[in-house]
Design a protein around this ligand. Structure first.
Ligand SMILES: *[C@@H]1O[C@H](CO)[C@@H](O)[C@H](O)[C@H]1NC(C)=O
Ligand SMILES: *[C@@H]1O[C@H](CO)[C@@H](O)[C@H](O)[C@H]1NC(C)=O
Ligand SMILES: *[C@@H]1O[C@H](CO)[C@@H](O)[C@H](O)[C@H]1NC(C)=O
Length: 393
């Protein structure tokens, strides 16, 4: 960089107030996009199993099948569900015949966000009790269902589930006939003996970040704030939780001295002189895996990139936005290997980027956080050419 005389900054008054958003909620789909998902918890969930005999919940080992059909109330159309689930000892969860996820560590629940069919949905779980001797076995779940009109409802594990002492093939299919299966037996309330409280992942309630939460990063070549002249490459790949696909990315990016930004291997735009640009990029096709790649050039002296990304989910599933910043989880290369900008490029051998410091640090100071989007633009000198991304203008 070449030091500028003055820096200017914007006050950070842009942060959302969740309460105001909820007050402003109206019965349109867009409103769901703006609201935070309500937290789903196990408060009303029961530990359930078969009615097999076993003193003190000591149940025979083996796999058992559980099903819960779900029909929305008349006139409502289901949109998405947040599923919180754990099982002693392990489970495989299906929705409408499709595997959603597996877990095998009952003290720590797992969370999933899934799109629902508008009307009938079938949750099916294959739960396995380990060991060769009877021991406690149970399934615990809470499923928060969202409708297209914004209403939410929670289905929990209780005696409305159907259970079977073996797991027939095809048991997870919507058309499977479980009418002869008995109702599940309730063993205990949530937090009851022998399991106690279960830890819940932060998942969809993860905080939304902004550029002021981001870090200046560069390669491991920086010494006393000075980096070699030349081109460097940076990458970050996000794998979203099962059932979630990103539809768009809103990105702030700045570099000392200049950058070209790629999303899913496509050119988004370029910027220079540590002025942050803002882009709204369509993710096409919608994807569970999102790759951000940056070609950056240093003309000498200090060097860094700083950025922040909000990913919006398909149909606003679970109301969640996945938000991340430039930090030590980004990968950096001391060169710009051919194809580095591409989706699917293998950066596993690249070292972690080095964090130089937080937003606001010298010599860059509190760079302006843009509100308007920047015009998309072509690659800077030396940066790979590629197809252009679909970018809001
Ligand atoms: C149920 O889970 C057990 C343990 O993972 C597995 O061995 C079995 O094949 C599964 N059954 C079905 C029908 O998926
Ligand atoms: C991401 O969302 C947060 C919270 O709404 C906001 O403060 C921040 O500016 C957003 N970032 C981008 C790149 O739009
Ligand atoms: C960035 O700074 C350099 C050196 O001062 C200048 O030549 C160039 O025009 C600047 N670029 C932009 C886009 O302002």
């Amino acid at each position: 960089m070449i030091l500028k005389g003055t820096f200017f900054s914007l006050p950070l008054t842009l942060l959302f107030d969740a309460q105001l958003v909820i007050v402003a909620e109206t019965l349109i789909l867009l409103a769901i996009c703006a609201t935070q998902a309500l937290a789903v918890d196990f408060t009303n969930s029961k530990w359930i199993w078969t009615n097999e005999a076993g003193a003190n919940l000591q149940k025979p080992p083996g796999s058992r099948a559980f099903r819960r059909d779900y029909y929305p109330p008349l006139g409502k159309s289901a949109l998405s569900a947040s599923v919180l689930i754990t099982a002693d000892n392990g489970y495989t969860l299906y929705l409408n015949g499709k595997q959603i996820g597996m877990g095998h560590n009952w003290p720590a629940a797992q969370a999933y966000c899934v799109r629902l069919a508008p009307s009938c949905n079938v949750f099916a779980v294959n739960v396995t009790n380990d060991l060769t001797v009877p021991n406690p076995a149970g399934l615990l779940a809470a499923i928060q269902i969202r409708y297209t009109d914004g209403f939410v409802e929670t289905v929990v594990t209780d005696s409305t589930w159907h259970v079977n002492t073996n797991v027939p093939s095809g048991f997870q299919e919507v058309g499977f006939d479980d009418t002869a299966w008995p109702a599940a037996t309730v063993e205990s309330n949530y937090a009851g003996s022998p399991w106690g409280p279960i830890s819940i992942p932060p998942s969809a309630a993860s905080p939304r970040l902004s550029l002021s939460d981001a870090n200046w990063i560069w390669t491991n070549e920086v010494q006393s704030g000075i980096a070699p002249v030349g081109n460097r490459a940076f990458r970050k790949t996000i794998n979203l939780p099962p059932g979630q696909r990103a539809t768009s990315a809103t990105i702030y990016m700045a570099a000392d001295d200049s950058f070209t930004l790629y999303v899913q291997g496509r050119i988004v735009g370029s910027g220079s002189n540590w002025t942050a640009n803002k882009y709204v990029v369509d993710i096409l096709p919608h994807s569970q895996e999102v790759t951000i790649a940056v070609f950056a050039h240093n003309i000498g002296g200090p060097a860094g990139i700083i950025g922040q990304v909000n990913l919006t989910m398909e149909d606003c599933d679970c109301g969640s936005v996945v938000s991340f910043v430039t930090d030590g989880s980004w990968k950096s290369s001391n060169g710009t290997p051919a194809g580095f900008e591409q989706f699917g490029y293998d950066d596993s051998a690249w070292p972690a980027a080095v964090v130089e410091g937080k937003y606001g640090m010298q010599p860059w100071g509190s760079i302006a956080i843009p509100q308007a989007v920047s015009a998309p633009s072509g690659p800077i000198a030396g940066a790979p050419s590629a197809m252009f991304a679909s970018v809001a203008k």
